[in-house]
Ligand binder design. Structure first.
Ligand code: ZN
Length: 512
């Protein structure tokens, strides 16, 4: 039986690629946290050089020669000699390295550079256009990006829809054919549920969240919750940035960021918990497998499942606040002493259709994603033109959420993704929501008394379960395989819909 030891020459090269990527990630983290504003252009050049080196090292003749010894390029699977098969970890590693290698090799390096440069420019134009509320200002850049992404789909190849080639970048195996019915099911149940919530007479008021909350104390509370979750501050940090994110250079050095507003409570805490969920995944990856796919996160959808599980299933639940609300009241006695736990719970779970995706509640969030999925799919399939995006956006916003964006900044220009060339990324947010509830329901079945543990502040029982079931495996399994393995069923919208119907049925006193 051939094992990972046989693959050591390949693994040594992959580690070097990862060292370059980790250095680039550190530069990016610094750019978002501590870099002085003047450093931008030089930093973009430094990053481009490192990313170029990493790309070249991965698609090098040395790596290709090693892979060709062990892989059948027609199937992308490890080649077995009679009587000398590969063990399972080696098979997974070879399958995933081949995926990365063959995808990277399909993109000409001239194209990679052009895309990188155009995206870097487009990002600046997008920020200006958003500031000026002008989609017209962003339009020429967006036209360039979309043309480049279409070029990319031709290099990568696809069977049915060119959008599949882009989806596969972020969520391996995801296709229009699979997502369309999945999202249709979601929409068919979410829209009526939202309408019932909006018509209900139960008044849910969240004004209490918009009092003055001292930023230092907010950060203190965020750290306290992260620590309780099992986020290891010896192997991690918490810093501030304009848009919260998580980055990792190695399982022993994982960084999360949050943002804090003086007049609003939710942003800081729920960003800490959300990013903390991502951070636990990165800290929980197998250190021995660092640099190989077995030591990397599986997909963006699975990554997002970890953040949403902690943010929503745990952080917006009654058991969690049974433990943490008294602590929060101690930190903010003036603001919260007279507020009953039920009122606080209702406030953090208030449903209200909103224009901005990142501020959306659990019920309306996926409608924001479906809107983007349909627009991106139609754009890449040539059903709509870049010029029509603003109108398409506003129409769908009215259909799904009953709102008309008063400005482009609150509409079609709100997200950074398109300027980065990240078309096909949004659906992973919705998948993450579905995976999160399916995994959490399984955790409740597997861990006896899980909610009592959470109510007692012992959150690490859940962290350990996730370490065992999800984190430590990296890319050993595909997402589909992992979810079947852990929950016994394929991905389904049912657990998520049942969870929302139960939670909001109770909160808004909807009769069934
Ligand atoms: Zn996230």
């Amino acid at each position: 039986m051939k094992t990972l030891a046989t693959l050591e020459p390949l693994i040594a090269r992959l580690r070097e690629v990862q060292h370059l990527n980790s250095a680039a990630s550190l530069l990016s983290w610094d750019q978002e946290t501590y870099m002085p504003p003047g450093g931008g252009p030089a930093r973009a050049d430094q990053l481009a050089t490192l990313q170029g080196l990493a790309h070249d090292k991965l698609v090098s003749p040395e790596v290709e020669a090693l892979l060709m010894q062990w892989i059948d390029p027609a199937t992308g699977q490890a080649r077995d000699q009679p009587g000398d098969a590969w063990d399972e970890p080696s098979r997974s590693l070879l399958r995933e390295v081949w995926r990365d290698f063959s995808r990277a090799r399909k993109l000409p390096s001239d194209f990679v550079k052009r895309l990188g440069r155009e995206c870097s420019l487009a990002q600046q134009v997008w920020a200006e256009a958003r500031g000026q509320n002008s989609f017209a200002r962003f339009l020429p850049s967006l036209r360039t990006i979309v043309a480049l992404k279409l070029e990319e789909t031709r290099y990568l190849g696809y069977r049915d829809s060119p959008y599949d080639a882009l989806l596969d970048t972020y969520e391996p195996g995801a296709t229009v054919a699979a997502l369309t019915p999945l999202f249709a099911t979601l929409k068919a149940r979410l829209v009526p549920l939202l309408n019932r919530v909006l018509k209900s007479r139960a008044a849910v008021d969240d004004a209490l969240l918009f009092q003055t909350y001292d930023p230092t104390r907010q950060m203190e509370f965020g750290k306290l919750v992260l620590t309780a979750m099992g986020y290891d501050f010896d192997r991690g940090r918490l810093d501030l940035s304009a848009h919260p994110f998580t980055t990792s250079f190695h399982p022993t050095d994982v960084r999360v960021t949050t943002r804090v507003y003086k007049k609003e409570f939710s942003a800081c805490l729920f960003s800490c918990v959300h990013e903390g969920g991502h951070g636990l995944y990165d800290q929980g990856l197998d250190q021995e497998r660092y640099g190989t796919p077995l030591g990397e996160a599986l997909s963006l959808g699975i990554h997002e499942s970890q953040s949403r599980l902690w943010e929503n299933c745990v952080g917006r639940s009654r058991p969690f606040w049974r433990c943490f609300y008294p602590l929060l009241q101690q930190l903010f006695p003036e603001q919260l002493k007279a507020v009953e736990p039920d009122r606080f719970y209702a406030a953090i779970n208030r449903v209200t259709p909103s224009l901005i995706r990142v501020e959306a509640d659990e019920l309306t969030y996926n409608l924001h994603i479906m809107l983007r999925f349909e627009i991106e799919r139609d754009l890449i399939e040539g059903q709509i033109a870049v010029e029509d995006l603003q109108a398409a956006w506003n129409d769908k916003m009215r259909d799904y959420l009953g709102l008309a964006p008063p400005t482009d900044a609150e509409g079609v220009l709100q997200d950074v993704h398109w300027s980065l060339g990240a078309i096909g990324y949004f659906p992973t947010y919705a998948l993450g929501n579905l995976y999160s509830v399916q995994l959490y329901e399984q955790a409740r079945r597997d861990i006896q008394g899980l909610e009592e543990e959470i109510a007692a502040g012992r959150l690490t029982v859940l962290k350990k379960w996730l370490n065992q079931k999800v984190h430590r495996w990296g890319r050993t399994f595909t997402a589909d395989h992992l979810i079947r393995r852990v929950t016994g069923t394929p991905l389904s919208p049912e657990p998520f819909l049942a969870y929302l119907e139960q939670k909001y049925g109770e909160l808004y006193r909807l009769s069934s």
